[in-house]
Write a new protein. Sequence first.
Length: 211
Amino acid sequence: MNGETHSISINSVAYNLQEIEDLAWKKMVNGSVKKKNGFRTMYVATVNQLGEATMRTVVNRKVDQLRKTIYFHTDIRSQKIADLRADNRLFMLFYDAKQRVQIVVKAHAILHTDDDLKNNRWKATSAQARLGYMTLDAPNTESELPTLGYDTKFSENKPTETESDFYKGNFVVIECVVYELSFLYLDYLGNRKANFMYENATLANSHWAVP
């Protein structure tokens, strides 16, 4: 790999290429466990049946640095599921203005619709969070009036576990298997960028790049 003898400075700390890769993953891990962290949310883009890119914001639920995977939750009725079933590539963008760091990830999606991972994540989901999967119609369904989508009784009283379990089938865990990562550090003295490519969760290539 090229450039490992060179380094860049971030907040007065020197990082070589290998350390930048580790830093990128640690930042995403921190986002998955710290609610106020800038990497707690990410933009996810898929390719629809018309070949158009569609983008939305999702919550970074878990990052496994060893397995090079990132997880988020969604509704099985959402358009992104149809997109991923036709083309399982997805593109993810993390950005934190305070840290001045942007991370772009390319990954292949695995849909967990009925397995232990999905069931365990559902059990760990709060009653309030489950409301997002309890809408009577699919996400983005046209409505004549502003609507929450779910039964109005739940706007005043949180659903019980039994009530929310009825909608468990709408809940999906998306496992994103990363095959490429781009790290960009923004600095008024000059931006810095590095790219990393993976094969079977192993770093296969890396290099510095022009920002």
